[in-house]
Ligand binder design. Structure first.
Ligand SMILES: [Zn+2]
Ligand SMILES: [Zn+2]
Length: 366
């Protein structure tokens, strides 16, 4: 718990008219004052993305040049590390809704994000999507319906990811399989008599092959959050990365930002696995034929670079019967996914009502 002076990105963005806090307006390149409506344009970045060379960071050599100190709040309940640019009053954990305690604030280093995908839909719109979904649910507990009334339940989070770029080179040995068909006699019974017929059967001709493939692996996306209960479902965790903007902390204003908990080293190991999968695909395409076996493959990556990026998602956390439910809305596309609780009593009375109706019908018929 060190006291360090606040860095540039932590200075509050205040309104020049009234001094109130300026908040990023989703879908725009503007900061907006929520009190007087004053609008301040976010200046376009002077340079493009910063792809950082990987090796000095893995060796910790480059780590100092692109790191910054930020203030963090740690959720004691679910373990999420979150950073908020402003307004620490009445702050709740974006994942589990537990109150966060301002006195627990501490500062630590992070590798500066290289790019951010600004929110495209605002909190109200995300909440409407959530509410519409809840309204369409059968047997949802009333508490959930109630939770869906309060837009404060839907919070915007910038989730941390690593992306890796590399030049891939792979050498391989294996076998190329080409299908061919042969006519094979078989015996069957027709009108009680045993007859011999022919049928086509598939065979594979194998030829030994070897070779190499080369290519550029662009933007391998690796989750940088260890959040176990708050895993963003695959359906929601899909963003159009061509819309990434060079990092500007203005886009974070009014939203919660999670600090990566998957270290760069682990993220890199994960991206290597992805690179191997890509190499395997390229090798099989290179071998050709109808089917392939890869007996050996040697992958080398060079000119490796990485970025720490922030991607937008809305989360509605909600407790029911002691269990936590999270609902996610993609902050760019508006796609929703979530687990849902069932109300025991609603189902119980529904079944009971059907039984009563059946009994009445049976009695009536008699
Ligand atoms: Zn103002
Ligand atoms: Zn939490």
């Amino acid at each position: 718990m060190q006291d360090t002076p606040l860095q540039k990105s932590e200075l509050k963005k205040s309104c020049i008219n009234c001094g109130a806090e300026l908040v990023y307006a989703p879908g725009t390149t503007e900061l907006k004052c929520e009190y007087c409506g004053h609008i301040q344009e976010i200046l376009p970045a002077e340079s493009g993305f910063e792809e950082l060379e990987l090796k000095p960071y893995l060796d910790q050599l480059g780590a100092a040049s692109h790191t910054e100190r930020i203030t963090m709040l740690h959720c004691k309940n679910c373990g999420a590390n979150q950073h908020v640019e402003e307004n620490y009053k009445s702050l709740h954990c974006v994942y589990c809704s537990m109150p966060l305690i301002v006195e627990d604030m501490y500062s630590e280093d992070w590798i500066l994000p290289g790019a951010v995908l600004p929110f495209q839909i605002n909190q109200n719109k995300a909440h409407q999507i959530f509410k519409k979904w809840v309204d369409g649910l059968w047997f949802a507990p009333n508490n959930l319906k109630k939770a869906a009334i309060d837009p404060q339940n839907t919070k915007g989070l910038y989730a941390p990811y690593w992306t890796f770029d590399a030049q891939l080179h792979a050498t391989y040995t294996g076998q190329r399989g080409d299908y061919y068909y042969v006519s094979v006699p078989y015996t069957t019974t027709v009108n009680g008599k045993s007859v011999t017929r022919m049928r086509q059967e598939r065979r594979t001709r194998w030829t030994p092959v070897s070779g190499s493939v080369n290519g550029f692996v662009d933007d391998t996306l690796i989750k940088a959050s260890k959040q176990r209960d708050g895993v963003i479902p695959a359906k929601v965790a899909r963003w159009d990365l061509t819309k990434l903007q060079p990092f500007d902390s203005s886009y974070l204003s009014g939203f919660v930002t999670e600090k990566y908990t998957v270290p760069l080293l682990d993220g890199h190991l994960e991206s290597n696995k992805e690179a191997n999968k890509i190499a395997d695909k390229w090798v099989r395409r290179d071998i050709g034929g109808d089917t392939q076996t890869v007996s050996s493959m040697h992958v080398t990556l060079s000119e490796e670079t990485f970025k720490h990026i922030l991607l937008p998602v809305y989360i509605s956390a909600y407790r029911y019967n002691g269990k936590r439910y999270n609902f996610f809305v993609n902050g760019q596309s508006g796609i929703l996914s979530g687990q849902r609780p069932y109300s025991f009593w609603k189902i119980f009375f529904f079944v009971l009502a059907i039984l009563v109706i059946l009994v009445v019908i049976v009695l009536f018929l008699q």
